[in-house]
Design a protein around this ligand. Structure first.
Ligand code: GDD
Ligand code: MN
Length: 368
């Protein structure tokens, strides 16, 4: 029988913890194909959470308690993962809140997706059938929906609707590989980091709908300000899409600078200055994208892999130039030439960037 470990991080959850554990216990008994263990990772709660768990432990032998210092949610999970891997040798690990926001009755739905071949199953509040609590205040709704939309767009991963919710089932091989990269994200941003890692490493990710319940006991531990800052910086530093846009801007400066130099300073022919500057920008874009934006899937260090991909890159870039030229001309013909630069910026953001990002991903920096 395969073993799954459910990690329940707790900080002052004495109002809910017994009920959460009971809920899991009842479901576990009904599941015949998995042996389910629970690891409560308690960060030195002051309200008697650990004592309640110790009491239940006497009766439930698949319940374990790990006591740690209070270092944040991410750190608590890393401690829990390491404990589970060393002591229990599981095949699968669950993340789950210990405040009754996550219904244990969903556990079989996660297991089913894993049995069907998923490596990472995430409970989503934002797909059909899922929901956030109706009685959440407006600011909380905006906060949750806003954070998820920002991350989705920032990473250009529109298919992943849920990035922050911590109700998940993840295969242990994936967690073992991820730990070195994610172990320093000590706060709630850890949830974003582990999903980003899984996506970049081609794990098979599936979402299932969940109805997130508002907590009744105790209060949320999230520090919204810190969370926003950490999430924002995480996306800026890790999104290949945002890096790609920055590389494009650098390319624009190079293109402009070099053509200015040739045409104005050296008084070269305009066509010559334009060719040299455009090609310099293309070369810089190619190298920066390879070693920075798409560094996690960069080309092999072989000339035979660089040359054809560089040629494809040139071809796609020529397409961008063509689209821009035609688009701006078309707009000018329809609306007059006064605002040509506005049309240019709109076309770059709405057409050229998505077009080239998608094609580079498809033909140059392919998913391995
Ligand atoms: N051990 C430990 N240490 N547990 C913690 C800590 C900590 O420092 N901080 C929070 N927890 C536990 C809580 O006790 C709870 O069981 C769970 O982590 C979630 O924390 P909440 O305080 O209930 O936060 P939330 O409801 O706002 O969390 C939401 O956002 C998180 C981050 O994206 C949920 O969607 C979570 O599932 C999600 O991880
Ligand atoms: Mn909660």
């Amino acid at each position: 029988m395969r073993r799954a470990v459910i990690i329940l991080p707790t900080y002052n959850e004495s109002g809910a913890i017994e009920q959460v554990i009971h809920g899991i216990e009842i479901i576990s008994r009904a599941i015949k194909t998995w042996e389910i263990h629970i690891v409560v990772v308690d960060s030195n709660s002051q309200d008697g959470t650990a004592e309640k768990v110790l009491k239940l432990k006497k009766r439930i032998h698949r319940l374990h308690l790990l006591s740690t210092e209070k270092e944040g949610l991410g750190k608590a999970y890393i401690h829990g993962f390491n404990f589970a891997i060393e002591k229990l040798n599981p095949y699968l690990i669950f993340e789950m809140d210990a405040d009754l926001s996550h219904d244990p009755k969903e556990i079989p739905n996660f297991l089913k997706k894993i049995e069907e071949g998923a490596d990472f199953v995430i409970g989503s509040r934002y797909i059909k059938g899922g929901s956030i609590p109706k009685d959440w205040g407006l600011h909380r709704k905006i906060f949750s929906i806003g954070a998820n939309s920002f991350i989705r767009l920032g990473f250009m991963k529109l298919r992943n609707t849920e990035w922050t919710n911590g109700y998940r089932a993840i295969k242990v091989w994936l967690i073992k590989n991820a730990i070195p990269s994610i172990k320093n994200y000590s706060g709630y941003v850890f949830q974003v980091a582990i999903l980003d890692y899984a996506l970049k490493n081609k794990a098979h990710i599936q979402e299932i709908p969940i109805n997130f319940q508002d907590r009744i006991h105790g209060k949320s531990k999230i520090n919204s300000f810190q969370y926003i800052i950490q999430t924002f910086t995480y996306v800026l530093l890790h999104s290949s899409f945002i890096k790609f846009v920055i590389v494009g801007l650098i390319g624009f400066v190079i293109d402009f600078g070099i053509s200015y130099l040739f045409i104005e300073k050296y008084r070269s022919a305009v066509w010559l200055g334009t060719i040299i500057s455009t090609e310099s920008a293309i070369i810089s874009n190619f190298l920066l994208n390879n070693f920075w934006s798409f560094s996690y899937k960069k080309l092999d260090h072989k000339l035979s892999s660089y040359i054809p991909n560089f040629l494809k890159f040139n071809l796609i870039s020529s397409g961008s130039i063509l689209i821009q030229t035609l688009g701006v001309q078309l707009a000018v013909n329809s609306f007059g030439r006064n605002l040509w630069y506005v049309y240019k910026v709109i076309i770059i953001f709405l057409v050229v960037i998505p077009y080239s990002y998608i094609l580079y991903n498809k033909f140059v920096w392919k998913e391995k």
